[in-house]
Design a protein around this ligand. Structure first.
Ligand code: AMP
Length: 222
């Protein structure tokens, strides 16, 4: 049953992969602020020009800009039955804004799921992460490599790319930002009784998906 789901976790914790698997099952939109921002940068829009440096340096885009993007997106007709938020909120201010936006619509969040992975595993995962620029499929050269060297399994001839912010130095900066600015959100949702933690270290995306699925199916009981 669809719902409003927040996925939390550091960079490379598997939010994108798990969001993709939830939306496939639940038929609700996958809303990733990172993906929205990257599209703006690629399309060289006004917003794209304003936020480019934040992404390339691994810093957070200011709350005002981020919340405007989300407010617009969750007001979309396709969001009535729910959605998976991936990468939002990332600060207490964003979490409070989300609550306010939902409150104005007479809605509420169903569950916040944290995918927990230790920093050193994250660095290893992200330096091996590759994405198909055509279909968005996420590969990991170590534990979920493509069948052919650096080529998407579903898009013949398309070469996989590495995200510009998946360099070790930027990853370390993104981890610092996560610990300083995003981790306080865990207590915020815990206080509301909405937080569920999935220990994701050393587990395959399939194993994690099973646990996430159980939580999503049981969310009425949260
Ligand atoms: P992600 O794809 O979620 O790892 O996000 C990539 C980058 O986009 C982050 O390192 C930030 O620079 C920016 N970003 C994504 N979501 C947010 C957010 N909720 N608040 C601020 N910046 C964000």
């Amino acid at each position: 049953m669809p719902g409003r789901i927040v996925l939390l976790g550091g960079p490379g914790a598997g939010k994108g992969t798990q969001a993709a698997s939830i939306v496939k099952r639940e038929q609700i939109p996958h809303i990733s602020t990172g993906d929205i921002f990257r599209e703006h940068i690629q399309g060289e829009t006004e917003l794209g020009k304003q936020i480019k440096d934040y992404l390339s340096e691994g810093r957070l885009v200011p709350d005002g800009l981020t919340c405007r993007v989300i407010a617009e997106r969750i007001a979309g007709d396709d969001c009535e039955e729910g959605y998976v938020l991936d990468g939002f909120p990332r600060t207490i201010e964003q979490a409070e804004t989300l609550d306010r936006l939902l409150g104005e619509r007479g809605e509420q969040l169903d569950v916040a799921i944290e995918l927990h992975v230790e920093d050193e595993e994250i660095v290893g995962r992200l330096t091996a992460r590759r994405t198909c620029p055509e279909c968005g499929h996420i590969y990991n050269l170590s534990f979920s490599p493509p069948a052919k060297d650096n080529e998407c399994d579903d898009c013949p001839g398309v070469q996989l790319t590495q995200r510009a912010d998946d360099k070790e130095e930027t990853i370390r900066e993104r981890l610092n930002v996560y610990h300083d600015q995003t981790e306080p959100i865990l207590a915020y949702y815990e206080d509301k009784g909405l937080l569920r933690v999935v220990e994701s270290g050393g587990k395959s995306p399939g194993e994690i998906a099973e646990t996430v699925e159980e939580i999503v199916s049981a969310k009425e009981a949260v």
